[in-house]
Write a new protein. Structure first.
Length: 76
C-alpha cells in the first residue's frame, strides 16, 4: 500500500509504502518517465542495505511483513 509520495532533493521523489498482509512482498512501482536510479532509504533519507532494482520506468524492491519502506527515485 502506498502511503505517501513526497518531493525529494534535486527533482527526486520519495515513495513510502507499507505491507499489510503479514508476508514479505515484492513492490513494483511504475512511473511515467524512465527511472535513472532508485535506492531504499530510511525515514530520515539515509541509504539502507535493501536494494531497489530499476528497469526502464519500473522500480522493484522488497518489503518485510507489516513493515514501512521508502524508496528514493530519480529520473532521466
Amino acid at each position: 500500500m502506498v502511503s505517501a509520495v513526497l518531493p525529494g532533493q534535486d527533482g527526486r521523489i520519495l515513495v513510502r509504502v507499507y505491507e499489510t498482509g503479514g508476508e514479505k512482498e515484492t513492490v513494483r512501482l511504475a512511473f511515467c518517465a524512465p527511472v535513472e536510479e532508485a535506492k531504499c532509504v530510511n525515514l530520515f533519507g539515509r541509504g539502507q542495505e535493501a536494494e531497489a532494482a530499476v528497469s526502464g520506468n519500473e522500480v522493484t524492491f522488497q518489503v518485510e511483513p507489516y513493515a514501512l519502506a521508502e524508496v528514493e527515485v530519480s529520473f532521466v
